[in-house]
Design a protein around this ligand. Structure first.
Ligand code: FAD
Length: 345
Protein backbone atom coordinates (compact mmCIF):
# COMPACT_ATOMS: atom_id res chain seq x y z
CA UNK A 1 0.00 0.00 0.00
CA UNK A 2 1.56 3.25 -1.12
CA UNK A 3 0.41 6.19 0.93
CA UNK A 4 1.74 9.48 -0.39
CA UNK A 5 2.33 12.43 1.91
CA UNK A 6 1.61 16.13 1.62
CA UNK A 7 -0.11 16.00 -1.75
CA UNK A 8 -1.69 19.00 -3.50
CA UNK A 9 -5.33 18.28 -4.31
CA UNK A 10 -5.43 20.90 -7.06
CA UNK A 11 -5.58 18.35 -9.88
CA UNK A 12 -8.15 16.35 -7.93
CA UNK A 13 -10.94 18.95 -7.75
CA UNK A 14 -12.64 20.67 -10.68
CA UNK A 15 -12.66 24.05 -8.89
CA UNK A 16 -8.86 23.78 -9.10
CA UNK A 17 -8.40 24.80 -5.45
CA UNK A 18 -4.85 24.25 -4.21
CA UNK A 19 -5.35 22.62 -0.80
CA UNK A 20 -3.22 19.79 0.53
CA UNK A 21 -3.92 16.32 1.86
CA UNK A 22 -1.50 15.19 4.56
CA UNK A 23 -1.96 11.61 3.29
CA UNK A 24 -3.27 10.43 -0.09
CA UNK A 25 -4.03 6.94 -1.31
CA UNK A 26 -5.72 5.48 -4.39
CA UNK A 27 -7.98 2.45 -3.87
CA UNK A 28 -8.16 0.20 -6.93
CA UNK A 29 -10.01 -2.66 -5.18
CA UNK A 30 -12.44 -2.87 -2.23
CA UNK A 31 -9.60 -4.57 -0.27
CA UNK A 32 -7.58 -1.36 -0.68
CA UNK A 33 -10.41 0.53 0.98
CA UNK A 34 -10.20 -1.82 3.98
CA UNK A 35 -6.43 -1.36 4.12
CA UNK A 36 -6.82 2.43 3.95
CA UNK A 37 -9.24 2.37 6.89
CA UNK A 38 -6.75 0.23 8.88
CA UNK A 39 -3.88 2.62 8.06
CA UNK A 40 -5.95 5.67 8.94
CA UNK A 41 -6.76 4.03 12.28
CA UNK A 42 -3.12 3.20 12.93
CA UNK A 43 -1.96 6.70 12.05
CA UNK A 44 -4.82 8.33 13.97
CA UNK A 45 -6.01 10.23 10.89
CA UNK A 46 -9.56 10.78 9.70
CA UNK A 47 -10.58 9.59 6.25
CA UNK A 48 -11.96 11.63 3.37
CA UNK A 49 -13.36 9.83 0.32
CA UNK A 50 -12.81 11.49 -3.03
CA UNK A 51 -14.06 10.64 -6.50
CA UNK A 52 -13.45 13.04 -9.37
CA UNK A 53 -13.68 16.10 -7.11
CA UNK A 54 -16.40 17.68 -9.28
CA UNK A 55 -18.82 18.36 -6.44
CA UNK A 56 -16.50 19.52 -3.67
CA UNK A 57 -15.16 22.90 -2.63
CA UNK A 58 -11.98 22.58 -0.57
CA UNK A 59 -11.84 25.28 2.07
CA UNK A 60 -8.90 24.01 4.16
CA UNK A 61 -5.90 21.71 3.97
CA UNK A 62 -6.98 18.26 5.06
CA UNK A 63 -5.01 16.62 7.83
CA UNK A 64 -6.57 13.35 6.77
CA UNK A 65 -6.05 10.28 4.64
CA UNK A 66 -7.70 11.27 1.38
CA UNK A 67 -8.89 8.07 -0.24
CA UNK A 68 -9.32 8.43 -3.97
CA UNK A 69 -11.67 5.80 -5.35
CA UNK A 70 -10.29 4.21 -8.52
CA UNK A 71 -12.20 0.89 -8.53
CA UNK A 72 -12.73 -0.02 -12.21
CA UNK A 73 -14.93 -2.52 -14.05
CA UNK A 74 -18.28 -2.70 -15.83
CA UNK A 75 -19.80 -6.18 -15.62
CA UNK A 76 -23.15 -7.51 -16.87
CA UNK A 77 -24.53 -9.63 -14.03
CA UNK A 78 -28.12 -10.36 -15.08
CA UNK A 79 -30.45 -10.07 -18.04
CA UNK A 80 -34.17 -10.56 -18.59
CA UNK A 81 -36.52 -9.82 -21.48
CA UNK A 82 -36.61 -6.09 -20.77
CA UNK A 83 -33.47 -5.13 -18.93
CA UNK A 84 -29.84 -5.74 -18.04
CA UNK A 85 -28.13 -5.34 -14.66
CA UNK A 86 -24.68 -3.73 -14.85
CA UNK A 87 -22.36 -3.81 -11.83
CA UNK A 88 -19.95 -0.89 -12.06
CA UNK A 89 -16.82 -0.02 -10.07
CA UNK A 90 -17.15 3.19 -8.06
CA UNK A 91 -14.06 4.66 -9.75
CA UNK A 92 -15.41 4.32 -13.30
CA UNK A 93 -15.79 7.74 -14.92
CA UNK A 94 -19.52 8.45 -15.23
CA UNK A 95 -19.32 9.40 -18.91
CA UNK A 96 -17.43 6.16 -19.70
CA UNK A 97 -20.38 4.25 -18.23
CA UNK A 98 -22.82 6.28 -20.33
CA UNK A 99 -20.83 5.53 -23.51
CA UNK A 100 -20.58 1.80 -22.67
CA UNK A 101 -24.32 1.57 -21.99
CA UNK A 102 -25.07 3.15 -25.38
CA UNK A 103 -22.65 0.77 -27.10
CA UNK A 104 -24.50 -2.14 -25.45
CA UNK A 105 -27.77 -0.77 -26.89
CA UNK A 106 -29.15 0.04 -23.44
CA UNK A 107 -31.31 3.00 -22.53
CA UNK A 108 -31.57 4.96 -19.28
CA UNK A 109 -28.36 6.98 -18.98
CA UNK A 110 -28.53 9.09 -22.14
CA UNK A 111 -30.00 12.18 -20.46
CA UNK A 112 -27.22 12.00 -17.85
CA UNK A 113 -24.50 12.30 -20.50
CA UNK A 114 -21.36 14.30 -19.72
CA UNK A 115 -21.97 14.79 -16.00
CA UNK A 116 -18.41 14.89 -14.62
CA UNK A 117 -17.20 12.61 -11.85
CA UNK A 118 -17.27 8.97 -10.88
CA UNK A 119 -19.95 6.29 -10.62
CA UNK A 120 -19.44 5.91 -6.85
CA UNK A 121 -20.33 9.54 -6.19
CA UNK A 122 -23.47 9.47 -8.35
CA UNK A 123 -25.78 8.09 -5.64
CA UNK A 124 -24.52 10.65 -3.11
CA UNK A 125 -26.67 13.41 -4.56
CA UNK A 126 -28.84 11.26 -6.89
CA UNK A 127 -27.32 13.03 -9.89
CA UNK A 128 -29.82 14.38 -12.34
CA UNK A 129 -30.09 16.29 -15.58
CA UNK A 130 -32.58 16.91 -18.36
CA UNK A 131 -35.56 15.30 -16.63
CA UNK A 132 -33.82 12.10 -15.44
CA UNK A 133 -32.28 11.20 -12.08
CA UNK A 134 -29.95 8.38 -11.09
CA UNK A 135 -32.73 6.77 -9.04
CA UNK A 136 -34.62 5.82 -12.22
CA UNK A 137 -31.83 3.38 -13.20
CA UNK A 138 -30.43 2.50 -9.75
CA UNK A 139 -30.82 -1.06 -8.45
CA UNK A 140 -28.51 -1.30 -5.42
CA UNK A 141 -24.97 -0.51 -4.33
CA UNK A 142 -22.13 -2.12 -2.43
CA UNK A 143 -20.38 -0.18 0.31
CA UNK A 144 -17.99 -0.54 3.25
CA UNK A 145 -18.85 0.97 6.61
CA UNK A 146 -15.83 2.95 7.77
CA UNK A 147 -16.35 2.41 11.51
CA UNK A 148 -16.77 -1.39 11.35
CA UNK A 149 -15.06 -2.27 8.03
CA UNK A 150 -18.17 -4.35 7.24
CA UNK A 151 -19.31 -4.72 3.63
CA UNK A 152 -22.97 -4.21 2.95
CA UNK A 153 -25.50 -4.01 0.14
CA UNK A 154 -27.77 -0.97 0.13
CA UNK A 155 -31.09 -1.11 -1.74
CA UNK A 156 -32.89 1.76 -3.38
CA UNK A 157 -35.43 2.38 -0.60
CA UNK A 158 -32.65 2.67 1.98
CA UNK A 159 -30.82 5.24 -0.13
CA UNK A 160 -33.78 7.64 0.39
CA UNK A 161 -33.12 9.43 -2.87
CA UNK A 162 -34.52 12.94 -3.26
CA UNK A 163 -33.76 15.97 -5.40
CA UNK A 164 -29.92 16.09 -5.33
CA UNK A 165 -30.14 14.19 -2.08
CA UNK A 166 -29.75 10.77 -0.46
CA UNK A 167 -29.13 9.18 2.92
CA UNK A 168 -25.38 9.58 2.20
CA UNK A 169 -25.70 13.37 2.48
CA UNK A 170 -27.73 13.11 5.68
CA UNK A 171 -27.80 10.40 8.41
CA UNK A 172 -25.03 8.41 6.70
CA UNK A 173 -22.81 11.37 5.82
CA UNK A 174 -19.14 10.38 5.89
CA UNK A 175 -19.87 6.86 7.20
CA UNK A 176 -19.60 4.67 4.11
CA UNK A 177 -17.34 4.13 1.13
CA UNK A 178 -19.33 3.14 -1.95
CA UNK A 179 -17.36 0.51 -3.85
CA UNK A 180 -19.74 -0.59 -6.63
CA UNK A 181 -23.10 0.52 -8.01
CA UNK A 182 -25.57 -1.78 -9.80
CA UNK A 183 -27.78 -0.25 -12.52
CA UNK A 184 -30.88 -1.67 -14.21
CA UNK A 185 -30.85 -0.40 -17.79
CA UNK A 186 -33.60 -0.92 -20.32
CA UNK A 187 -33.34 -2.87 -23.56
CA UNK A 188 -36.28 -0.85 -24.84
CA UNK A 189 -35.99 2.82 -25.70
CA UNK A 190 -37.69 5.13 -23.25
CA UNK A 191 -36.93 8.58 -24.61
CA UNK A 192 -37.30 11.55 -22.25
CA UNK A 193 -37.07 14.60 -24.50
CA UNK A 194 -39.49 17.15 -23.09
CA UNK A 195 -36.96 18.86 -20.82
CA UNK A 196 -34.95 21.99 -21.64
CA UNK A 197 -33.77 22.37 -25.21
CA UNK A 198 -33.60 18.66 -26.03
CA UNK A 199 -36.50 18.63 -28.52
CA UNK A 200 -35.28 21.73 -30.33
CA UNK A 201 -31.72 20.38 -30.49
CA UNK A 202 -32.93 17.00 -31.77
CA UNK A 203 -34.96 18.77 -34.46
CA UNK A 204 -31.85 20.74 -35.49
CA UNK A 205 -30.00 17.42 -35.68
CA UNK A 206 -32.79 16.02 -37.89
CA UNK A 207 -33.56 13.21 -35.40
CA UNK A 208 -37.35 12.83 -35.61
CA UNK A 209 -37.62 9.52 -33.71
CA UNK A 210 -34.53 9.85 -31.54
CA UNK A 211 -32.41 6.91 -30.37
CA UNK A 212 -30.62 6.99 -26.99
CA UNK A 213 -27.45 7.94 -28.94
CA UNK A 214 -29.26 10.91 -30.52
CA UNK A 215 -30.49 12.07 -27.12
CA UNK A 216 -27.01 11.69 -25.65
CA UNK A 217 -25.53 13.76 -28.49
CA UNK A 218 -28.20 16.44 -28.03
CA UNK A 219 -27.56 16.62 -24.27
CA UNK A 220 -23.80 16.85 -24.85
CA UNK A 221 -24.30 19.66 -27.37
CA UNK A 222 -26.51 21.65 -24.98
CA UNK A 223 -24.18 21.11 -22.03
CA UNK A 224 -21.11 22.16 -24.01
CA UNK A 225 -22.86 25.38 -25.03
CA UNK A 226 -24.06 26.25 -21.53
CA UNK A 227 -21.54 24.98 -19.02
CA UNK A 228 -17.91 25.99 -18.59
CA UNK A 229 -15.35 23.22 -19.04
CA UNK A 230 -13.60 22.79 -15.65
CA UNK A 231 -10.32 22.13 -17.50
CA UNK A 232 -10.49 25.72 -18.72
CA UNK A 233 -12.41 27.48 -15.93
CA UNK A 234 -12.57 25.99 -12.43
CA UNK A 235 -16.12 25.18 -11.31
CA UNK A 236 -18.27 22.44 -9.80
CA UNK A 237 -21.40 22.78 -11.92
CA UNK A 238 -24.52 24.13 -10.21
CA UNK A 239 -23.48 25.67 -6.92
CA UNK A 240 -27.05 25.89 -5.57
CA UNK A 241 -30.11 23.67 -5.74
CA UNK A 242 -33.35 24.91 -7.30
CA UNK A 243 -35.55 25.97 -4.36
CA UNK A 244 -39.14 24.78 -3.90
CA UNK A 245 -41.56 27.28 -2.37
CA UNK A 246 -45.23 27.23 -1.30
CA UNK A 247 -47.80 28.03 -4.01
CA UNK A 248 -48.99 31.12 -2.10
CA UNK A 249 -45.48 32.59 -2.01
CA UNK A 250 -45.05 31.82 -5.71
CA UNK A 251 -48.34 33.59 -6.56
CA UNK A 252 -47.19 36.72 -4.71
CA UNK A 253 -43.84 36.67 -6.53
CA UNK A 254 -45.67 36.18 -9.85
CA UNK A 255 -47.55 39.44 -9.23
CA UNK A 256 -44.26 41.30 -8.73
CA UNK A 257 -42.28 39.39 -11.37
CA UNK A 258 -44.74 38.18 -14.05
CA UNK A 259 -41.96 36.34 -15.90
CA UNK A 260 -40.81 34.22 -12.94
CA UNK A 261 -40.74 30.55 -14.03
CA UNK A 262 -42.16 27.86 -11.74
CA UNK A 263 -42.72 24.11 -12.06
CA UNK A 264 -45.09 22.05 -9.89
CA UNK A 265 -43.17 19.91 -7.39
CA UNK A 266 -45.69 18.03 -5.22
CA UNK A 267 -47.53 20.66 -3.18
CA UNK A 268 -44.71 23.17 -3.83
CA UNK A 269 -43.43 25.12 -6.83
CA UNK A 270 -39.83 24.68 -7.96
CA UNK A 271 -38.21 27.93 -9.08
CA UNK A 272 -35.00 27.89 -11.16
CA UNK A 273 -32.24 29.31 -8.96
CA UNK A 274 -30.50 30.49 -12.15
CA UNK A 275 -33.45 32.79 -12.92
CA UNK A 276 -33.37 34.29 -9.41
CA UNK A 277 -29.61 34.88 -9.53
CA UNK A 278 -29.77 36.44 -13.00
CA UNK A 279 -32.77 38.61 -12.06
CA UNK A 280 -30.82 39.84 -9.03
CA UNK A 281 -28.04 41.01 -11.35
CA UNK A 282 -25.28 38.52 -10.53
CA UNK A 283 -24.89 36.83 -13.92
CA UNK A 284 -21.42 37.32 -15.39
CA UNK A 285 -20.17 39.41 -12.43
CA UNK A 286 -16.51 39.00 -11.52
CA UNK A 287 -15.02 39.75 -8.12
CA UNK A 288 -11.23 39.45 -8.26
CA UNK A 289 -10.37 35.79 -8.66
CA UNK A 290 -13.94 34.44 -8.49
CA UNK A 291 -17.23 35.13 -10.21
CA UNK A 292 -20.61 34.05 -11.52
CA UNK A 293 -20.46 32.42 -14.95
CA UNK A 294 -21.57 34.57 -17.89
CA UNK A 295 -23.83 31.92 -19.50
CA UNK A 296 -25.04 29.97 -16.48
CA UNK A 297 -25.54 32.02 -13.30
CA UNK A 298 -25.88 28.88 -11.18
CA UNK A 299 -22.20 28.17 -11.75
CA UNK A 300 -19.59 29.95 -9.62
CA UNK A 301 -16.12 30.00 -11.13
CA UNK A 302 -12.49 30.21 -10.08
CA UNK A 303 -10.63 32.46 -12.52
CA UNK A 304 -7.24 31.29 -11.34
CA UNK A 305 -5.63 31.07 -7.98
CA UNK A 306 -8.71 31.56 -5.80
CA UNK A 307 -9.10 30.11 -2.32
CA UNK A 308 -12.20 28.06 -1.52
CA UNK A 309 -13.08 30.69 1.08
CA UNK A 310 -13.43 33.37 -1.66
CA UNK A 311 -16.00 31.22 -3.45
CA UNK A 312 -17.81 30.58 -0.16
CA UNK A 313 -17.89 34.33 0.54
CA UNK A 314 -19.37 35.06 -2.90
CA UNK A 315 -21.95 32.29 -2.46
CA UNK A 316 -23.02 33.75 0.89
CA UNK A 317 -23.47 37.22 -0.62
CA UNK A 318 -25.68 35.71 -3.34
CA UNK A 319 -27.70 33.76 -0.77
CA UNK A 320 -28.27 36.91 1.33
CA UNK A 321 -29.27 38.96 -1.70
CA UNK A 322 -31.75 36.33 -2.97
CA UNK A 323 -33.27 36.05 0.52
CA UNK A 324 -33.67 39.84 0.71
CA UNK A 325 -35.05 40.24 -2.81
CA UNK A 326 -37.33 37.19 -3.10
CA UNK A 327 -37.68 35.77 0.43
CA UNK A 328 -36.14 32.50 -0.83
CA UNK A 329 -33.25 30.61 0.81
CA UNK A 330 -30.86 29.03 -1.66
CA UNK A 331 -29.38 25.73 -0.49
CA UNK A 332 -25.87 24.76 -1.54
CA UNK A 333 -25.51 21.74 -3.84
CA UNK A 334 -21.71 21.59 -3.70
CA UNK A 335 -20.08 19.88 -0.67
CA UNK A 336 -17.79 22.18 1.33
CA UNK A 337 -14.80 20.22 2.56
CA UNK A 338 -12.73 21.27 5.53
CA UNK A 339 -11.44 19.83 8.81
CA UNK A 340 -14.92 19.01 10.09
CA UNK A 341 -16.00 17.06 7.01
CA UNK A 342 -13.66 14.12 7.36
CA UNK A 343 -14.71 10.80 8.90
CA UNK A 344 -12.93 9.35 11.93
CA UNK A 345 -12.67 5.55 11.48
C1 FAD B 1 -19.30 21.24 -15.20
C2 FAD B 1 -20.09 20.42 -14.18
C3 FAD B 1 -21.39 20.05 -14.48
C4 FAD B 1 -22.14 19.28 -13.56
N1 FAD B 1 -23.41 18.91 -13.89
C5 FAD B 1 -24.14 18.17 -13.03
C6 FAD B 1 -25.47 17.76 -13.38
O1 FAD B 1 -25.96 18.03 -14.46
N2 FAD B 1 -26.16 17.03 -12.47
C7 FAD B 1 -25.63 16.67 -11.26
O2 FAD B 1 -26.33 16.00 -10.49
N3 FAD B 1 -24.37 17.03 -10.92
C8 FAD B 1 -23.61 17.77 -11.77
N4 FAD B 1 -22.34 18.15 -11.43
C9 FAD B 1 -21.79 17.78 -10.11
C10 FAD B 1 -20.93 16.48 -10.14
O3 FAD B 1 -20.51 16.19 -11.43
C11 FAD B 1 -21.69 15.28 -9.56
O4 FAD B 1 -22.18 15.56 -8.28
C12 FAD B 1 -20.81 14.03 -9.52
O5 FAD B 1 -21.59 12.91 -9.17
C13 FAD B 1 -19.66 14.15 -8.52
O6 FAD B 1 -18.80 13.06 -8.75
P1 FAD B 1 -17.30 13.07 -8.22
O7 FAD B 1 -16.76 11.70 -8.44
O8 FAD B 1 -16.55 14.17 -8.84
O9 FAD B 1 -17.54 13.32 -6.67
P2 FAD B 1 -16.61 14.13 -5.65
O10 FAD B 1 -16.73 15.59 -5.94
O11 FAD B 1 -15.26 13.55 -5.60
O12 FAD B 1 -17.35 13.81 -4.28
C14 FAD B 1 -18.64 14.33 -4.03
C15 FAD B 1 -19.08 13.82 -2.64
O13 FAD B 1 -19.24 12.41 -2.67
C16 FAD B 1 -18.35 11.75 -1.77
N5 FAD B 1 -17.89 10.55 -2.47
C17 FAD B 1 -17.31 10.50 -3.69
N6 FAD B 1 -17.09 9.22 -4.05
C18 FAD B 1 -17.54 8.45 -3.04
C19 FAD B 1 -17.59 7.04 -2.80
N7 FAD B 1 -17.14 6.15 -3.70
N8 FAD B 1 -18.09 6.61 -1.62
C20 FAD B 1 -18.55 7.48 -0.69
N9 FAD B 1 -18.53 8.82 -0.86
C21 FAD B 1 -18.04 9.29 -2.03
C22 FAD B 1 -17.27 12.76 -1.46
O14 FAD B 1 -16.75 12.53 -0.15
C23 FAD B 1 -18.04 14.07 -1.55
O15 FAD B 1 -18.74 14.31 -0.35
C24 FAD B 1 -21.56 18.90 -12.33
C25 FAD B 1 -20.23 19.27 -12.05
C26 FAD B 1 -19.51 20.02 -12.97
C27 FAD B 1 -18.08 20.38 -12.66
Amino acid sequence: MKIRENISLRAHNTFGIDKKASLFFEAHRPEDVLEAIRQANLLGKPLFVLGGGSNVLLVEDLDALVLKICIEGIEQIEEDADSVLLKVGAGVIWQDLVVTSLQLGLSGLENLSLIPGTVGAAPMQNIGAYGVELQSVFDHLEAIEIATKQSLTVDKATCAFGYRDSIFKNEWKGRYVITRVVFRLSKKQRPVTSYGDIERTLAEMGASSPSPENISKAVIKIRQQKLPDPKILGNAGSFFKNPSIPQAQFSLLKERYPKIPGFPSGPLVKVPAAWLIEQAGWKGKRFGRVGVHENQPLVLVNYGEAEGSEIVALSKKIQTDIREKFGISLEREVNLVGRDDVARP
